[in-house]
Design a protein. Structure first.
Length: 541
């Protein structure tokens, strides 16, 4: 270990949660932000739809709260939903003050989109490049702060935790890998924010970028945090199906403008299935697509955009239009082949109303955290909203002074030179874990498939940890360790839930229990502990 850095606040991740938190926490002193790729590579940057926020007089907080609770299938925490919905609009206005250029109407108001599960138009957007625009504005604001340092290509490996003078578990920073030099370093901080995003790469097919390997959830679990509701993985209904594309999302806002889903015979998929039709909540739509494809033996369904037309489609969705045109698909005219793909994890590290985890000095915000807002199924475009609110709330908590010397740093990775076939081995193991998750812990689950997944992932996890402790570190090795651990936690939570609810659909138990319970999962020396706890203040309306 050759590098050691000291700061007041350490931020891991450069999405909307990490950037907005870093900007506001800089008032407490020096901020160090580590991001494992470039500062613009994040799930936020890939977000097309926008931010759900009540800005229209025809809308209301109560309607937004109700839509969120209904989508969450009985597991949303009402106080958390209320907090995010009511505090969000002011934070959207803050983004505008920072220079975020959201799409406007001719009269100057926000041009509001509508997405699945929403009963009103309330999606503030920058056409279909909303995430990129928000990141641009936040990075520009951060560039003017001399006490914020961003280190790109720095991958956090493990949190630095241990008991403080009072015996309470406390976070003192993180162990990291400089991906360019290969050196391992240690960052010491009074306060640490986990804003590392989600874990779509746990699955073979995902809309997420390559960086989304559930690093924060894995680090938090290894540091002693329990993990909540990981079985609720949202599969976005409309990922482009094309041999040259792996992760390109067709925004839900396209259906908000009138597009409908059809099977390859031309039959409308959602007709008679849900009152909102193709704009039904994502879990409902994705499952119906899955059933239709399996019933007919098709590899994809079609998104009929003919009602939108080329001119409006290109104006409203320039990014999507450009990508479709590259593949010979006429935007707004030709049907778009689409499939469901892993998109968003509704569970994560449990946090309180200020983003605090169970480990002192450790905060979490964004997709890595579980605040109780999303329940068993996230309402479209509530993710950026939640990230803004909880990053803002966490930034209201000043760092505490450490009492006594910090504990020993976490054990580092191995030092052995890589084997000649290391690349092949890691590539095989990556595919093995992700295919296992897709086949056995995907859209429709069975008790038997979950048993197989848990048993195999247990073995894979031991192997991944052993490789990490033996070989010289690299990102593939560290990420394999993380996706395998999180896959195991996810599968164990799914196996323990003997009901179907929201995004968790198990064929052996198609009914929903009357009692709403959250899954709390913790890795232990002998395996994984799974506990279900009743949720106070949860509901669907």
């Amino acid at each position: 270990m050759t590098d050691r850095k000291t700061c007041d606040v350490l931020v891991l991740g450069s999405g909307i949660a990490g950037l907005s938190y870093a900007l506001k926490a800089s008032r407490y002193g020096r901020v160090l932000l580590l991001t494992k790729k470039t500062s613009t590579e994040s799930n936020t940057n890939h977000a097309q739809g926008g931010v759900a926020s009540v800005t229209d007089p025809a809308d209301s907080f109560e309607l937004h709260i109700r839509d969120t609770m209904v989508a969450g299938a009985g597991l949303c925490r009402r106080d958390a939903v209320d907090r995010v919905v009511r505090e969000g609009p002011e934070l959207v206005r803050e983004l505008v003050k920072l220079g975020a250029d959201f799409t406007r109407t001719e009269t100057g108001g926000f041009s509001l989109g509508r997405e699945g599960g929403h009963t009103r138009r309330r999606i503030v957007h920058a056409k279909d490049l909303t995430g990129r625009e928000i990141e641009r504005a936040l990075l520009a604001a951060i560039a003017s702060r001399e006490n914020i340092e961003i280190l790109e290509n720095h991958f956090a490996l493990d949190l630095w935790t241990g008991p403080d003078a009072s015996g309470q578990s406390r976070c003192h920073g993180a162990l990291y890998l400089d991906c360019q030099s290969g050196r391992v370093g240690l960052a010491h901080a009074r306060q640490t924010m986990l804003a590392t995003g989600g874990g779509g790469k746990v699955y073979t097919f995902t809309t997420n970028p390559d960086i989304a390997t559930a690093d924060g959830v894995a680090m938090g679990a290894r540091a002693g945090c329990e993990v909540v509701n990981m079985e609720f993985v949202q599969f976005h209904p409309t990922c482009l199906f094309h041999p040259d594309e792996k992760t390109f999302l067709i925004s839900e806002a396209v259906r908000g403008e009138g597009a409908v889903l059809r099977d390859q015979a031309g039959m409308e998929l959602m007709a008679g299935r849900h009152e909102l039709g193709s704009l039904a909540p994502r879990d409902v739509v994705a499952r119906e697509m899955d059933r239709a494809m399996k019933r007919r033996g098709d590899k994809f369904v079609l998104l009929d955009v003919s009602s939108i037309g080329n001119e409006l489609f290109v104006e409203r969705f320039p990014g999507i239009s450009e990508r479709l045109s590259l593949h010979g698909i006429v935007p707004g005219v030709d049907p778009i082949p689409v499939v469901p793909a892993a998109h968003y994890m509704c569970g994560g590290l449990p946090v309180d109303e200020f983003g605090r985890t169970s480990v002192a000095g450790l905060f979490a915000a964004g997709e890595v955290a579980c605040s109780g807002v999303h329940g068993a199924n996230r309402l479209a475009s509530n993710s950026l909203l939640e990230a803004l609110v909880y990053a803002n709330r966490a930034a209201q908590v000043p760092p505490e002074a450490e009492v006594g010397p910090p504990p020993p740093p976490p054990a580092g990775p191995g030092t052995a030179a890589p084997r000649p076939d290391q690349g092949v081995v890691l590539d095989h193991e990556w595919d093995s874990v992700r295919r296992l998750m897709w086949d056995f812990v995907g859209l429709a689950r069975t008790r038997a498939s979950l048993d197989v997944a848990c048993a195999r992932l247990s073995i894979r996890l031991k192997e991944a940890e052993a490789r990490y402790r033996k070989w010289e570190p690299n990102t593939d090795l560290a990420e394999l360790r993380n996706i395998t651990l999180v896959g195991r936690l996810l599968a164990e939570a799914a196996r323990g839930r003997r009901e179907s609810r929201g995004l968790h659909w198990v064929l052996d138990h198609p009914e929903t229990d009357d009692t709403a319970c959250e899954s709390w999962v913790r890795p232990e020396a002998e395996g994984v502990k799974v506990e279900f706890r009743a949720v106070e203040g949860a509901g669907s309306s």
